[in-house]
Ligand binder design. Structure first.
Ligand code: BGC
Length: 708
């Protein structure tokens, strides 16, 4: 460990209450004048957000020269690459990268993102999102790792390790931020920022585990969610922030509120009458840094001077912030930054390509229509998503933040699906025609007719569909998570041609599209795959590689089937809805390959809690398989999910090759949260399941028991 050059206790003692209050603030540079920003620098502000490049460097240099001289941190939403900068590498979104089930690659992508961010004089990213995506109405599903707590925890850990590096003091390391703590994705009705109706027991059982892993991974910052749990706003929840996060989990970093959460305690959540009261509640509850609430400063100084806020509370918050700055090595070098050449460099774009390929999920492939055979001569690519950069990029890029600018032009390559198909069609000697067919949000009769004609003259039709930025993102929840009407009409028109349809789904999240899934010969997706997502999908179509992604999230059959996730508790009154009995199109953990994988010889040793299974590539080409391990606690003091993921592994095998996979567990892996809110492993009967998806028919199931 590098020796810290600063004595934090001494520094704390030397600070005025005004300086302490200022340290506890992060303000959006993008929302204020330069003069005001420098006034805050003089006051000793702790952090700014959404500023980069030379402006960020100048702010940091100026902070170091003020009277208290405390270095500044600067935060940004680099959530799938440093994408607010138009020169940066745009990686697949979190939901997309989760399809790879590949923590090693995700760690590398986070490391590269950290370097790009740091090269732009920023040292803090508001990432990863560890909320679960279980309600498709919610606008921010794309920012999650999907519906499963274990997967989210493992991938979140990898991301944190990548951002923060071996040591935060290393060049190119930045602070990670686990957000949004907690329950943000589970809000009633899928409504962003609304209340989450959940008990503490269930919160601990289902939502806390990824955040616990973040603490264990050394994540230095946590962000509170906008919403509330059982009527208590997360920002005002002392139990959540102090008792659970800081005392029980021993989180030693600092907690930042989300955007003006203090203000929301007054105007929206109505638990405080004014900024003075809201500021007091926020500090007492355990928030250390307040985002985008300028009025906090004077109120907190006043509260302190009138004796309503104790100095020890302020000191605890400031100590945590200063420790993070010390860990970053900022007291030695307040302007520490990576080399600018890293931003959008070749090496990063190459990894982005590799990751995008691992994110492609093939969900249906009737009669092995893919990869395209020699017999296919004429291809029709239909659908506006095929050439829509935003559909490929997803949210949180320079197109959408800090302010919406759809006319922006990326300074790095972006290969859309259409670009990728054109390149490969010409390489493979196939004729390709393209028609938009409709706009995503509006019909166009002439375009529809032209698309139908193009389809009639082709051997295979690629129906490229999805959502648009108008229907996804923060405060953009939708009541109808399905394809827009024009896209549905387009699909029907294409279907009438009788030509085989391959659906390519470029979307922020799953939508209810049973009809389209049933009516397609093949279906593939990578959600928002980033700058090379389109290229990767096209390469998969032509068989340049065999798809190996699996779904981190289930597709619902109908809009009313929300929330949707595989690991439910069981009920018994009718196996299904009275008006919905067909099988789900695509569920968690599912994904096909161009080769075949077979599992055999599974054995579980209850003494050592070790699972062994043989995996064979029984097909004719090389491929990678994601093996999933689930368990079920058969008799327990509280009900537990029908199955829960507890391990996964990705294995590359040549045609005909076989390998034995070994998974070792600990008793804790089979635990539950009991009615006293304690995590315990109860003795008794269990079963462990291993295979290629969460579907029973794809799993080998073995009984075992755990003794006292
Ligand atoms: C979002 C956060 C984000 C913050 C800063 C908020 O509106 O909810 O996820 O980190 O803004 O941009």
């Amino acid at each position: 460990m590098k020796k810290q050059s600063v004595d934090i206790e001494k520094l704390l003692k030397s600070m005025t209450v005004e300086e302490k209050a200022a340290q506890m603030m992060v303000l959006p540079y993008s929302h204020m004048t330069k003069e005001r920003a420098y006034l805050w620098i003089e006051r000793g502000i702790g952090a700014f957000l959404h500023v980069w490049g030379e402006e960020a460097r100048a702010l940091r240099a100026a902070a170091a020269k003020t009277k208290c001289g405390i270095p500044l941190i600067i935060g940004i939403d680099a959530v799938h690459g440093h994408c607010l900068n138009d020169c940066a590498t745009v990686f697949p979104t979190q939901l997309s990268m989760a399809c790879s089930f590949n923590p090693a690659l995700i760690k590398q992508m986070a490391r590269m993102t950290a370097k790009e961010v740091s090269a732009d004089n920023i040292n803090w990213t508001f990432s990863p999102v560890l909320c679960l995506g279980r309600d498709l109405r919610w606008g921010r599903v794309a920012e999650t790792f999907g519906e499963d707590k274990y997967l989210a925890g493992e991938l979140g850990r990898a991301m944190i390790e990548g951002y923060q590096g071996d040591a935060l003091s290393d060049k190119g390391s930045i602070l990670a931020c686990a957000k949004h703590y907690i329950g943000y994705g589970e809000a009633t009705g899928g409504r962003d920022s609304y209340d989450t109706e959940i008990t503490e027991r269930k919160m601990r059982a289902e939502l806390l585990p990824p955040f616990e892993k973040a603490v264990k991974a050394g994540c230095k910052t946590f962000m509170t969610a906008y919403g509330s749990l059982d009527g208590v706003p997360c920002t005002a929840d002392k139990r959540l922030l102090r008792d659970i996060l800081k005392n029980e989990l021993m989180f030693d970093g600092f907690v930042v509120t989300d955007w003006n959460n203090i203000g929301h305690l007054i105007g929206e959540q109505h638990i405080a009458k004014d900024f003075r009261e809201a500021s007091r509640i926020a500090v007492e509850s355990g928030n250390d840094m307040m985002m985008a609430t300028e009025r906090f400063y004077e109120r907190v100084v006043d509260l302190f001077k009138s004796g309503e806020l104790s100095e020890s509370l302020l000191d605890d918050a400031v100590r945590r912030i200063l420790s993070a700055k010390a860990a970053l090595g900022l007291f030695e070098d307040p302007c520490k930054a990576e080399d600018r050449a890293y931003i959008g460099c070749k090496e990063h774009m190459e990894l982005c390509r590799t990751l995008a390929r691992e994110c492609v999920v093939l969900l249906k492939n009737e009669n092995r229509i893919l990869p395209l055979s020699e017999q296919v001569k004429r291809i029709a690519v239909i659908g506006a998503c095929a050439e829509d950069i935003l559909a490929h990029y997803g949210d949180w890029t320079f197109f959408t933040h800090p302010s919406e600018n759809k006319r922006a032009v990326p300074k790095r390559p972006c290969v859309t699906f259409l670009d990728g198909m054109r390149t490969l069609a010409s390489r493979y000697g196939k004729e390709l025609t393209y028609q938009r067919g409709c706009e995503i949000l509006s019909e166009d009769k002439a375009a529809l007719d032209a698309a139908q004609r193009a389809a009639e003259q082709s051997d295979v039709v690629f129906f490229v569909c999805g959502d648009t930025i108008e229907r996804t993102g923060e405060a953009k929840d939708i009541a109808l998570p399905e394809l827009t009407k024009p896209q549905k009409a387009l699909f029907c028109a294409l279907k009438q041609t009788g030509k085989p349809i391959v659906t390519v789904f470029i979307s922020s999240k799953p939508l209810c599209l049973q009809e389209e899934a049933k009516g397609s010969a093949a279906f593939l997706t990578c959600f928002n795959g980033g700058m090379f997502g389109g290229e990767a999908l096209a390469e998969a179509v032509f068989g340049e590689f065999s798809p190996c992604g699996k779904l981190p999230i289930s597709f619902a059959r109908a809009v009313g089937e929300q929330p949707t996730y595989y690991n439910t508790l069981s009920g018994w009154h009718c196996k299904d809805y009275a008006d919905l009995s067909e099988k789900k199109s695509f569920v968690f953990g599912e994904g096909l390959s161009y080769t075949e994988f077979a599992y055999s010889d599974a054995v579980f040793d209850s003494e050592t809690l070790t699972l062994k299974v043989k995996l064979k590539n029984a097909g004719t080409r090389q491929g990678k398989e994601i093996t999933e391990v689930y368990f079920e606690d058969l008799i327990s003091s509280v009900m537990t999910p029908v199955k829960q993921l507890i391990a996964f592994a990705k294995t590359e095998l040549a045609a005909g090759e076989e390998k034995e996979l070994i998974f070792a567990f600990d008793k804790k892996d089979f635990s539950l949260v009991n009615t006293k809110c304690e995590r315990v492993t109860e003795k008794g009967e269990f079963r462990i399941m291993v295979g290629g998806s969460s579907k029973n028919e794809d799993l080998i199931s073995l009984p075992f028991s755990i003794e006292e």
